[in-house]
Design a binder for this molecule. Structure first.
Ligand code: BGC
Length: 760
């Protein structure tokens, strides 16, 4: 690893980093070594490589003497494991690796995996927040730093990025991905894979990435986690698969399946996905790990009669490694002995796992990823924290700003109210890897440090949850309103109120689906109570999913979406509130007007009965009691300055296959502050053998302009950019009429047309 100078993080060199070629997995040079190992290994040893366990026992304590923990411990001490998860820190990883290698006669090192989704100890914004930055360089940087911290602490492999497109705010895991759009998800996924893996997987500062959860998990019916997914081939190929394909093209080392079933088949045993699409069509050569316990759950899905059947179906379909369930351990030997499973299927899976271990450099030095010096140097390093602050402020989306309440003015007496003002824990978000609880900069701290001479009044008002709160705890909602009187008193005495409300961060992530998209507990009541005495409210939101903000949108003059911004949250929020940073975030997902609109997304189909509220026709595809469009659409976000986009031009009215369509436009900063705008390009294919959305994102550029400055922006489109999964089951573009839309949200209203000509 070349030493990484901080200047390169935000400068030109970062572009080089992004473009760096990540090796694809056609590394034939390990094949001889892998074959030699396979020839020497017993069946039991091979099955060990397919087995991954979590750290269910105290590593330094006495060995467990009963139950499954004893079995896990025995596997480890006999060198019969392929990987572990949740073992971190140089001391632990070294101790475990030593113990394992002492017993493994072939010297095959263990892989250590962890869910480092948005940081290791330095926490970056949660993925949906980071995606709101639309800044691929910054996203890549955060993954690179996550890799550097994880790798220094002995971790080889992160279970990230999650690239599940999701259009349902009820689903708690929408927070872990880049939102509703396949193109944005794919771009973000590539930035992350390159950030985690760099251009050399064997470097001690890079780790293997894992594209998950293959595939369709974000479409769980009714937004209920783990639920059934049923979708057309068209939706699968056009919406769900592109980000996964992009990960393969970027050289991702591993894939993870999901918990769900897709069109009647659990994805753990989905041969179409795992064989035909992933390996045959896309040429993926890494390995696939199941989700935690999901091999066992094949029987619960009702596809296998027993666990032996689960094991056979899963491995044969292409789930190479069994995470957590020990089902391969219990059943594969017998399946081979009875002739129900060919040992060559096991060999193939082992080979894929060994290849990644070789690529990580673990055979050269099994301890290259654990170095106490590096761990001390890099965990929460000041330059990492600085990068976290930079991307955190870019991730904030300004949803509304009337009466110029923002940026704040020092002349005003400002009251800071709400359960999230002094909170140092929620901003860290869920899936916090080894982030230290309550270590985030709070809004209170951020504002104090930004404007130390300002006197702020404060009232908490209410809580969100009470009692134990973590990823594993059942959350208890706080209904106590005894702080309202104080909050009203403080609000009444102020010129303006900054009110920080939202979800507990553990209300999103796995198994955290909701049917209500409101502010949990008594927070809406607090908002109304404060509003009654002082309507000059800047509402600062923290949440892991789009919420229904209809009430607020009608009444509250300023609304700032911050999601969960990680370690530097309070500084980033203060940067935006005080105007030190001009907000530039854009929503990666629609905010609904009502839960009843879900799933909601901008790239809907036209239907046979299109329409809108302005056309008084009764028989159209709408609701009788709500609008059909989003409250805040995909791609939307305000700035403290104004931008105009004009002069949309195409270089040709007919795109001939093999040639390039150049779309140009002018972006002007017509306001009086410098700032960033995200210029977005959408297309519509008017006629297709299978129907297509009314708009699809095809490109975006984040541009910085001084006041009064203008810039010509160009995008290039080729036939390949217009390809889709047709009614004939092919990925290709079909000739015909197209529209191009340009603007600063999915409502982009500049339009031009062109024809795609038939191939000559
Ligand atoms: C989650 C995965 C995660 C795995 C390991 C599962 O429950 O669905 O996303 O990577 O656990 O922690």
């Amino acid at each position: 690893m070349k030493p990484l100078a901080l200047v390169t993080i935000f400068g030109v060199a970062a572009i080089g980093w992004l473009n760096a070629q990540t090796p694809n997995h056609n590394t034939t040079h390990y094949e001889a070594e892998i074959q030699a190992l396979l020839d020497a290994m017993t069946l039991e040893e091979k099955i060990g490589q397919l087995t991954q366990i979590s750290n269910h026992f105290d590593i330094t304590g006495p060995p467990p003497d009963e139950g499954e923990n004893k079995i896990r411990y025995d596997l480890l001490s006999k060198g019969l494991l392929g990987a572990m998860l949740n073992i971190t820190g140089t001391e632990n990883t070294r101790a475990i690796q030593e113990m394992h290698l002492k017993a493994n006669r072939h010297g095959i090192p263990l892989l250590f995996g962890l869910d480092a989704l948005h940081g290791y100890e330095t926490l970056f914004p949660v993925p949906i927040a980071e995606a709101s930055s639309w800044d691929l360089e910054a996203i890549s940087t955060s993954a690179r730093i996550t890799a550097r911290e994880s790798a220094a602490a002995g971790v080889h492999w992160t279970f990230a990025p999650m690239v599940d497109v999701s259009r349902d705010a009820r689903w708690g895991r929408i927070m872990e991905g880049a939102g509703e759009d396949p193109y944005l998800n794919a771009q973000v996924a590539v930035a992350k894979v390159k950030g985690f893996q760099g251009d050399d997987l064997s470097s001690n500062a890079t780790i293997a990435a894992c594209a998950k959860h293959f595939a369709g998990y974000g479409f769980a019916e009714a937004g209920r986690d783990y639920n059934t997914v049923d979708m057309s081939r068209q939706t699968l190929h056009n919406v769900v698969l592109p980000p996964f394909k992009a990960c393969v093209d970027a050289g991702v080392a591993t894939f993870m399946g999901g918990y769900h079933e897709l069109n009647g088949v659990p994805v753990t045993t989905h041969a179409y996905l795992l064989q035909e699409v992933l390996r045959e069509d896309w040429g993926f050569e890494g390995f696939v790990v199941s989700d935690y316990n999901s091999v066992k759950e094949v029987a619960s899905h009702g596809q296998a009669a027993d666990l032996s059947g689960s094991a056979a179906l899963s491995l044969q379909a292409g789930s190479d490694m069994d995470m957590g369930s020990l089902t391969y351990h219990y059943h594969l030997q017998e399946l081979v002995a009875s002739g129900q499973l060919d040992e060559s299927v096991i060999d193939q899976a082992v080979a894929r796992i060994l290849r990644v271990k070789f690529e990580l450099g673990l055979f050269d030095d099994p301890y290259r990823y654990c170095d106490a010096e590096r761990e001390k140097r890099w965990l929460s390093a000041p330059e990492h924290q600085e990068a976290a602050r930079s991307i955190a402020r870019q991730s904030i989306v300004l949803l509304k700003n009337e009466q110029e309440l923002l940026p704040l003015s020092r002349q005003n007496r400002i009251a800071l109210i709400g359960p999230l003002i002094k909170d140092k824990d929620n901003p860290l978000g869920s899936w916090r890897a080894r982030g230290i609880d309550s270590s985030a900069v709070s809004i209170w701290e951020g504002l104090q440090s930004a404007w130390p001479d300002t006197r702020w009044s404060y009232a908490k008002g209410c809580g969100i949850t009470t009692g134990a709160r973590s990823f594993r705890d059942r959350l208890t909602i706080d209904y106590d309103t005894s702080g309202f009187a104080e909050a009203r008193r403080v609000a009444a005495e102020a010129d303006l109120v900054v009110l920080a409300l939202g979800e507990d961060c553990f209300m999103s992530a796995e198994a955290r689906s909701r049917v209500h998209l409101d502010l949990p507990g008594v927070q809406q009541q607090l908002l109304e109570a404060v509003y009654e005495v002082n309507p000059n409210i800047v509402l600062v939101l923290m949440n892991g999913r789009p919420l229904d903000l209809s009430w607020m949108d009608e009444r509250i003059p300023a609304i700032v979406e911050t999601w969960f911004l990680g370690s530097q949250s309070g500084h980033a929020i203060a940067d935006v509130l005080t105007g030190a940073y001009n907000p530039s975030g854009k929503l990666p997902v629609c905010f609904p007007r009502s839960v009843g609109q879900l799933p909601l997304y901008y790239s809907q189909k036209n239907t046979g009965r299109p329409g809108d509220e302005n056309h008084p026709h009764i028989f159209w595809s709408g609701y009788i009691d709500e609008r059909t469009d989003a409250l805040y659409p995909f791609g939307y976000g305000l700035s403290y300055t104004e931008f105009t986009i004009s002069d949309l031009k195409l270089n040709t009215s007919t795109l001939t296959p093999g040639e390039i369509l150049t779309v140009s436009l002018t972006l002007t900063n017509t306001g009086n502050r410098a700032g960033h705008e995200v210029v977005q390009l959408y297309t519509r294919d008017h006629t297709g053998s299978s129907t297509l959305p009314v708009r699809e994102l095809k490109g975006f550029q984040k541009v910085f302009l001084e006041p009064g400055q203008r810039r010509k922006i160009t995008f290039e489109l080729t036939e390949a950019d217009l390809a889709f999964y047709t009614a004939h089951g092919k990925w290709e573009a079909e000739p015909g009429r197209f529209s191009v839309f340009a603007g600063n949200s999915s409502k982009a209203d500049l339009e031009a047309e062109f024809e795609l000509a038939a191939p000559r």
